[in-house]
Design a protein around this ligand. Structure first.
Ligand SMILES: [Zn+2]
Length: 296
């Protein structure tokens, strides 16, 4: 009996102690495969350092470190033993386990052949999803989908990163396939299933997110403040699929139906279609800096 009690006490001690071991910095563990060009590898570390400097991921009790697995698509799933059949670019893994997630960066060989910016921008995209998870446990746990805010956010960050560090307007040249559904049925962009065939390169999700920034600027927020509210403040109260609309109204002082209605104000063609230039009406400033959005 005595033994049981002391064991129990030990267990309690152990579980209490555990809560105090959250490290002060979030850690990424790198698995960068030799199939990747050395130029990419060194740029990868530069990008991760820049992001860590500008968009700080805070360690949480549910997530304070993450493995990254990166390889060239020419290699045949070199990390099969660790991550099975996962490929492409994503945050994968056990959705509710502590530190159960990992980042997958399978870079298509064609992106090296064609010098595509995406081979670098994808790093910022996936990094931003980890940032979102650090703000919001509900996002970490997949209790909120809200694709246009989540993917629109990650894709906007990736575009801003490329704009800031490579002096290339990624919004204009790579995110330019907005679908007219953003005006006719914007709510389909709340889920992947309803919008997957109408959101190439997440252009439509980005259009909606950038339009929200414009609507906030009409309420006299600066451009940097508007993006901070969208990228950070919205996620902090742990919104869920069930309550995000009231959270949206609390944070932005705009109702979701009013916002969706406002999308038709942005630069449609006379025949009601949107063409490939239509991010033009919502493009952010070319001089906006990540560090000015994510201060505080
Ligand atoms: Zn994504």
């Amino acid at each position: 009996m005595k033994k049981t009690i002391s064991l129990l006490a030990l267990l309690i001690l152990f579980s209490c102690g555990k809560e105090n071991v959250i490290p002060t910095d979030f850690t990424f563990n790198y698995n960068i495969h030799s199939s990747l060009p050395s130029e990419w590898e060194s740029e990868f570390y530069t990008i991760m350092n820049n992001l860590d400097d500008k968009i700080k991921i805070l360690p949480k009790d549910y997530s304070y470190e993450m493995d990254i697995y990166a390889w060239n698509s020419t290699a045949d799933k070199p990390y099969k033993d660790q991550i099975g059949d996962d490929g492409g670019a994503m945050i994968s893994g056990n959705r509710r386990a502590i530190n159960g997630k990992y980042m997958v960066l399978e870079i298509p060989a064609s992106e090296f052949d064609n010098d595509q910016m995406h081979r670098y921008s994808v790093i910022a995209h996936e990094y931003f999803h980890v940032y979102q998870m650090s703000l919001s446990k509900t996002f970490y746990d997949h209790d909120i989908e809200l694709k246009w805010m989540s993917e629109g956010g990650a894709t906007t960050i990736e575009s801003m990163y490329i704009q800031q560090y490579y002096n290339y307007n990624y919004f204009k040249w790579d995110i330019n396939d907005v679908n007219i559904a953003v005006v006719n049925t914007p709510s389909i962009y709340e889920t992947y299933a309803a919008s997957s065939d109408k959101d190439r390169n997440y252009s439509s999700s980005v259009f909606m997110l950038l339009a929200l920034s414009k609507e906030l600027q009409k309420l006299n927020y600066s451009e940097e403040e508007a993006f901070k509210m969208i990228f950070k403040d919205f996620w902090l109260p742990n919104p869920t699929d069930g309550n995000w609309k009231s959270n949206f109204e609390d944070i932005f002082s705009i109702t979701v139906p009013d916002f969706y209605q406002s999308l038709s104000n942005y630069d449609l063609n006379a025949d009601g279609t949107i063409d490939s230039t239509d991010l033009n009406s919502v493009l952010p400033s070319e001089t906006i800096l990540l560090q000015d959005i994510f201060t505080n």
